[in-house]
Ligand binder design. Structure first.
Ligand SMILES: Nc1nc2c(c(=O)[nH]1)N[C@H]1C(S)=C(S)[C@@H](COP(=O)(O)O)O[C@H]1N2
Ligand SMILES: [Mo]
Length: 200
């Protein structure tokens, strides 16, 4: 007879269904950056969308704060094998940022103030799948986690969630980003363990 209540077993079963293969759960929030944490003054912060046509849309901090804000609780999965369940973020949906943009592009590159880039299919960041977030667990996003604003794309490995995000460019062709050029998988689906390009 196990000492576990049915409720506890049920919760464990549900949680394990939420952990992709090869991942372990952590309660911590590890910091993983390729370089030092940039210090970004919100007085100089802008977020820019550039379409493949050259059409450009930009928001300063106050304009961005005036856009519709959404709160989402999601699970995140890092390629270094930690996963974290039920993280809560607040920010602006990419759908809102692309609402006025005329595009026939298939690909996007997410850009950061530290020069970091990451590539994603445009279809993966629209329809309520990605956000530019400025709060984590009800507090302004800490600088080491990408504050003042980071990308949040929870259904792909967390390297796609660019910290210190500065904008999105749209492209007809796929342009590999920082880690993708270094051998990480082009797409990065954690459920398919797409960690590295084939051959790695
Ligand atoms: N600008 C920028 N964004 C970045 C990175 C980076 O080095 N620079 N690292 C990526 C990687 S590899 C991961 S796993 C996550 C880590 O986010 P965290 O430090 O908030 O856990 O940020 C991603 N976004
Ligand atoms: Mo990572």
């Amino acid at each position: 007879m196990s000492g576990l209540t049915p409720g506890f077993q049920g919760r464990r079963r549900i949680e394990s269904d939420r952990v992709p293969p090869g991942q372990y759960l952590t309660e911590d929030f590890p910091v993983l950056s390729a370089g030092p944490t940039p210090s970004i003054d919100i007085a100089e912060w802008t977020f820019t969308v550039v379409a493949e046509t050259g059409e450009r849309h930009a928001w300063d901090w106050d304009q961005f704060a005036a856009l519709a804000q959404e709160t989402r609780t999601v699970d995140i999965h890092c390629v270094t094998r930690w996963s974290k369940l039920d993280t809560t973020w607040r920010g602006v949906s990419v759908d809102t940022l692309l609402a006025e943009v005329e595009t026939a592009a298939d690909f996007a590159v997410v850009h950061s103030f530290d020069g970091y880039t990451t590539n994603v299919p445009l279809d993966d960041i629209i329809d309520g799948q990605a956000w530019v977030v400025t709060e984590y667990e009800g507090e302004p996003l800490a600088a080491e986690h990408g504050g003042p604003a980071r990308f949040l794309l929870p259904h792909l490995y967390f390297w796609k969630s660019a910290k210190w995000v500065s904008g999105i460019t749209l492209h007809d062709e796929d342009n590999p980003g920082f880690w993708e050029r270094a051998g990480y998988h082009d797409y990065g689906d954690p459920w398919l363990e797409q960690r590295y390009q084939s051959g790695w």
